[in-house]
Design a protein around this ligand. Structure first.
Ligand SMILES: [Zn+2]
Length: 281
């Protein structure tokens, strides 16, 4: 997710990056590089993502290596293989059910303990003290829910065995990035941008709780309008993703799953975030 005031510059930068990458592709990139083709756009839009800002981006792992991924709605990434899995799992939905809490068709297997690594290694990728505190609070948010999921948190440099790895991206930006579950497992790589150290611990808790929400299958509650990002509220598409029963219509200003955040978040789930997760798990 991203900081709300950064939206305009972020959009401009995304556009600029698309221009740059389209200029340089022919010269420098290998033919197997990802590209946001019309076919890919159609597929992603068919899953009811907002594709306005869809880009090819790099995910950086805690060891500094990178992979190319597609990125939509500023903080949700997936590989071509995960895109195909989402399409395979996609279930049509009632067209009247829009503008509510949403999930993907890809969920984590229920009734399990999810092991979470708070990464403490070097290279700028280790969580700051503030981020470690915020991660503990975020994990407590999930463990306080009445669900079949339990989250077990360890601070360590040995991240590979863990199902979720929460680490810092030293890019100076505010926000984070994650992806959706696949194969019944949560998305592994929860990236928290280093600029979050300029916010209070509750706001960092909010961003980590949000990215963990994606990793277990929650989408943006305002994906259709991105109202939290200061956009017009105009719908991005005629209908929504998979609606979660018991959650409200319209804009839920208390949801931790809004696309953008502000500098005074309390870090806690909204009422309907709890309803959504307790319905799913
Ligand atoms: Zn998000």
């Amino acid at each position: 997710m991203q900081f709300s005031n950064f939206l305009t510059s972020a959009m401009a930068m995304a556009f600029f990056m698309v221009l740059i990458s389209s200029c340089s592709k022919d010269q420098f990139e290998q033919s197997d590089s990802l590209q946001v083709t019309e076919e890919v756009k159609d597929k992603v839009e068919g899953l009811f993502f907002n594709i306005d800002d869809m880009v090819v981006d790099e995910i950086t792992y805690p060891d500094g290596t990178t992979d190319e991924v597609f990125k939509v709605e500023n903080d949700i990434v997936f590989t071509p293989e995960q895109l195909e899995e989402m399409i395979k799992n996609f279930v049509p939905f009632d067209q009247e059910l829009n503008e509510r809490q949403y999930r993907t068709n890809n969920l984590v297997s229920n009734n399990q303990t999810i092991t979470v690594c708070g990464y403490t290694g070097g290279g700028g990728y280790g969580l700051s003290n503030k981020m470690r505190t915020a991660l503990s609070w975020a994990v407590n948010n999930y463990n306080a829910l009445n669900t079949g999921l339990n989250f077990s948190l360890t601070y360590t440099t040995n991240y590979q065995p863990y199902e979720m790895v929460v680490y810092r991206i030293p890019n100076g930006q505010a926000g984070g990035v994650a992806g959706f579950p696949s194969g019944g497992n949560p998305y592994k790589w929860i990236q928290i941008f280093s600029g979050m150290d300029n916010y209070d611990t509750n706001t960092v808790e909010h961003v980590i709780t949000h990215e963990m929400g994606h990793a277990v299958g929650l989408r943006h509650t305002d994906w259709f309008s991105r109202q939290s990002c200061g956009q017009s509220g105009e719908s991005a598409g005629p209908d929504g993703a998979v609606h979660i029963p018991g959650t409200p219509t319209g804009y839920d200003s208390n949801s931790v799953m809004l696309a953008c955040f502000s500098s005074n978040e309390d870090g806690e789930f909204g009422f309907y975030d709890r309803v959504a997760l307790e319905f799913l798990y």
